[in-house]
Design a protein around this ligand. Structure first.
Ligand code: B12
Ligand code: SF4
Length: 466
């Protein structure tokens, strides 16, 4: 079958998206013709002067809010999004797939309606991090979606496309799709993929040099070894799995040779879920003298020893983001982070000593956080002020799919799951006003420490030069 995969806005423009690069590789391996269109990059290139901050992380809330999107972005970007119809006419795919993130719900809806109206016979299907729970149920009821795939998409997409091409058994694991008679078939949960069966992601269709860094994403693993209370990311991937150090190394080396790119960003939830793989990968990069730069997120785990950190730096790792969240052991335990605050202090200092820049994520206003806990976070930041160059603070949100969303009663939360922060605890002890104040104060404090805070990542910043 001929398949078109579309990345809609809004997502980072530093590098190509990894998700559809994997889907594209899997479909090609199964013998299908595939073309990829990065409408996120295309729209950014055309409107960056008029909407300079729209691709900054701080614009997240406007992309997920219908009224804000309609007012700020829709009128400016939709004439460009509508061009997808001409591209579909020119390529004549039988199926068009979209990645859906929370930040791309409205652009995807717009593009799907345009294609559906112009070419009703083309199959439209969605996948990506936002295709779950209520969103998935709701879009399956609309006339502009034929199928949705939840969770990791490589095998499920191949099964769906094969079904559309050749027919056969309609119940497909992790796929919901509509039959010609209107019946919606809901498949059971698919077994997790074995990562050694993954193809290398295929970036050949992306205009790599046009991205703002430019860099390439890579992935060592899927999932996470922990289940922090606020996190919706780990449940999405279910159990933690890693690729082999050799497969990761071979992929990075291939991408250096094929595309001439030497900057890489790990798209793992954490780079250090498996220390053996991380350490072997590092040694392979050093032995091959690959001359790359790479960054990623990591847990504050005691196995981040000075020796490993130094070797990571030697292998080109120049930047690590740590999920500290709080300087109070009570809060760290409530969030089920699984580390000791004293160990965190040691690891951050050792990271700095190893020559690696560090960024810490902080959450303020988590349920049951007292002012004393808050002060402990400030004290912790004060102690590491010389070792970190960036601190990203956010107020606690309740993400759908997170353990926190499922245990609201236990945390004394009222008013339900909400990205936008419209929740409070009993007796008005923790409301959005408390959290906004805590956020404001923490940001002022961080600035006083002369640490960069909540950097508004603009696509024009080269993250590799920070
Ligand atoms: C790396 C990363 C970033 C990087 C992005 C770098 C870049 N490329 O530009 C940084 C740190 C900058 C970032 C920023 C943000 N991120 Co982020 N990020 C990630 C992370 C860790 C990895 C993404 C990834 O590539 N994963 C690996 C690939 C293979 O997985 P995937 O894209 O999900 O694709 C698989 C499936 O989803 C599916 N699939 C994907 N597309 C398609 C399409 C079709 C047709 C099909 C069938 C299937 C399918 O199949 C794929 C292969 O199995 C994820 C969490 C995670 N571990 O996945 C969060 C994540 C994607 N980010 C998230 C968010 C919210 C953000 C921010 C909005 C945060 C904020 N508040 O500021 C910003 C937005 C950035 C922007 N400018 O728009 C959320 C999205 C939640 C949602 N429901 O949409 C995630 C899931 C984390 C979370 N909290 O749960 N992020
Ligand atoms: S917050 Fe990070 S460490 Fe915690 S479960 Fe989520 S991905 Fe894992």
């Amino acid at each position: 079958m001929r398949v078109l995969l579309v990345m809609p806005p809004n997502w980072g423009v530093e590098m190509p998206p990894l998700g559809i690069a994997y889907i594209s590789a899997a479909l090609k391996r199964a013998g299908h013709e595939v073309k990829v269109l990065d409408y996120n990059l295309k729209v950014f290139q055309r409107v960056k002067e008029r909407l300079p901050l729209a691709w900054a992380m701080s614009s997240f809330s406007e992309w997920i809010d219908r009224a804000a999107y309609d007012e700020k972005f829709g009128p400016r970007i939709e004439p460009i999004l509508a061009e997808v119809v001409d591209e579909v006419r020119a390529y004549r795919p039988q199926a068009v797939g979209f990645t859906v993130l929370a930040t791309s719900i409205f652009p995807v809806e717009f593009m799907s309606k345009q294609i559906r109206t112009a070419m009703p016979e083309v199959k439209l299907f969605y996948g990506g991090p936002n295709v779950r729970d209520h969103y998935q149920e709701a879009v399956m009821q609309t006339p502009w979606v034929d199928a949705t795939i939840s969770g990791e998409g490589e095998d499920a997409t191949c099964d769906l496309i094969q079904f559309w091409e050749k027919g056969g058994e309609p119940v497909l694991a992790s796929v919901q799709h509509r039959l010609p008679d209107g019946q919606i078939i809901v498949g059971p949960l698919r077994q997790q993929m074995k990562l050694e069966n993954l193809p290398f992601p295929d970036f050949s269709d992306f205009p790599i040099k046009e991205y703002s860094s430019p860099a390439l994403p890579f992935s060592m693993s899927r999932g996470c070894v922990k289940r922090c209370t606020f996190c919706s990311e780990a449940p999405f991937w279910r159990n933690y799995r890693t690729r082999s150090a050799d497969a990761i190394f071979q992929e990075v080396k291939y991408n250096v040779e094929r595309y001439g790119i030497r900057n890489f960003l790990s798209h793992d939830s954490l780079m250090n879920g498996n220390f053996e793989v991380l350490s072997d990968f590092v040694d392979k990069v050093i032995a091959a003298d690959l001359k790359i730069n790479w960054q990623g997120m990591a847990r504050l785990d005691n196995r981040m020893t000075p020796d490993l950190l130094k070797r990571m730096n030697k292998a080109g790792c120049n930047y690590i983001s740590y999920g500290l969240e709080s300087g109070s052991q009570k809060m760290v335990d409530l969030m089920r982070k699984g580390f000791k605050v004293d160990d965190a202090l040691r690891i951050i200092k050792d990271t700095y000593a190893a020559g690696i820049k560090a960024n810490v994520f902080i959450i303020v206003g988590f349920p049951k956080e007292s002012w004393l806990d808050y002060l402990k976070t400030m004290w912790f930041l004060f102690q590491i002020r010389k070792c970190i160059f960036l601190a990203n603070v956010s107020d606690a949100g309740i993400m759908a799919g997170s353990p926190l969303a499922a245990q609201q009663e236990h945390f004394g939360i009222l008013r339900g799951v909400n990205f936008a922060g419209e929740w409070r605890t009993k007796f008005f002890m923790n409301t959005k006003y408390h959290r906004r104040f805590k956020l404001w104060l923490m940001r002022v404090f961080i600035k006083r420490l002369r640490v960069m805070e909540n950097k508004l990542i603009s696509p024009l910043d080269n993250i590799y030069e920070w």
